[in-house]
Design a binder for this molecule. Structure first.
Ligand code: PGA
Length: 220
C-alpha cells in the first residue's frame, strides 16, 4: 500500500477546497494499491468530507493538526475526537508546527496519544532518522527541512536511505517522503524500495497534479 497525501497547509477558500474535491473525487478508482488522502484546514473538514461522499467516497480525509489535550477548556483547539468525525488521519509534527508553533517532542507524543485514543491514524513527520517517533505511530513522513517548499527535493537515493533507517529501527512502520514533490519527480521517489508514499504540499494544491501523482503510484 502506498500513501499519496495532499497537505494544503493554510491555503484555499472553501469554494476552492470543494472544487478540488470535485476534480479529484470522481477520478479515483476503487483499488487496494494506493490510499489517497487530503488534509485540508480543519475549518473545512466537515464540508470536504460531505463533498467526498458525493464524489465517490474513495478519497480519505485527514487534518493537519490536532490538540494535545482531550475535550475541555482549551480555547482554539480541535481534539482528535472532533477530527475523527470527519477523517481517518492526522498529520502530526510537521516541521512548520515545530518551528512556528513551538511544538516539542513531548507535545507531539501527547498528540499521538490523543489520536490513538480515538483510532485516528497519525502521519508523523520526522526531519531525519534521529527524530523521536512515539509508540503507536505506523505512518511516518521523512520531510527534510531544506526540501520543504523550496523547489529542491532530496535525492531519491538519499531519501530512500533515510526511510530505510527509519523502517529498520521502527518495525512495521510505513515511511513516506515529503519535500518539493511534483508529478515530475514522484516516480523516482516511489520506485525506491523503502519509500511507501508521498506527502505533498504545493503541488497538491492543484487537483489535476495530485491525480497525476496518484496515477503514477498506481502504475508502479
Ligand atoms: P512541499 O511541502 O511539497 O510544498 O515542499 C511538503 C510538506 O511540507 O508536507
Amino acid at each position: 500500500m502506498k500513501y499519496i497525501i495532499a497537505n494544503w497547509k493554510s491555503n484555499k477558500t472553501l469554494e476552492e477546497a470543494l472544487e478540488w474535491v470535485e476534480v479529484v473525487g470522481p477520478k479515483l478508482e476503487k483499488q487496494e494499491k494506493v490510499e489517497a488522502i487530503v488534509c485540508p484546514p480543519s475549518l473545512y473538514l466537515a464540508d470536504v468530507r460531505k463533498k467526498v461522499e458525493v464524489t465517490g467516497g474513495l478519497l480519505k480525509v485527514g487534518s493537519q493538526n490536532i490538540s494535545p489535550f482531550p475535550a475541555g477548556s482549551y480555547t482554539g483547539e480541535e481534539t482528535a475526537e472532533m477530527v475523527k468525525q470527519f477523517g481517518d488521519y492526522s498529520i502530526i509534527g510537521h516541521s512548520e508546527r515545530r518551528k512556528n508553533f513551538g511544538e516539542t517532542d513531548e507535545v507531539l507524543a501527547e498528540k499521538v496519544r490523543q489520536a490513538g485514543s480515538v483510532e485516528l491514524k497519525p502521519i508523523f513527520c520526522v526531519q531525519d532518522e534521529h527524530t523521536p517517533i512515539p509508540a503507536g505511530v505506523t505512518v511516518v513522513a521523512y520531510e527534510p527541512v531544506f526540501a520543504i517548499g523550496t523547489g529542491t527535493a532530496d535525492t531519491p537515493q538519499n531519501a530512500d536511505e533515510v526511510c530505510k533507517k527509519v523502517t529498520e529501527s521502527h518495525e512495521g512502520v510505513s515511511v513516506l517522503y515529503g519535500g518539493s514533490v511534483t508529478s515530475e519527480n514522484a516516480k523516482a521517489f516511489l520506485e525506491q524500495d523503502h519509500i511507501s508514499g508521498l506527502l505533498i504540499g504545493k503541488a497538491a494544491l492543484d487537483g489535476e497534479e495530485f491525480i497525476k501523482i496518484v496515477q503514477i503510484a498506481l502504475s508502479l
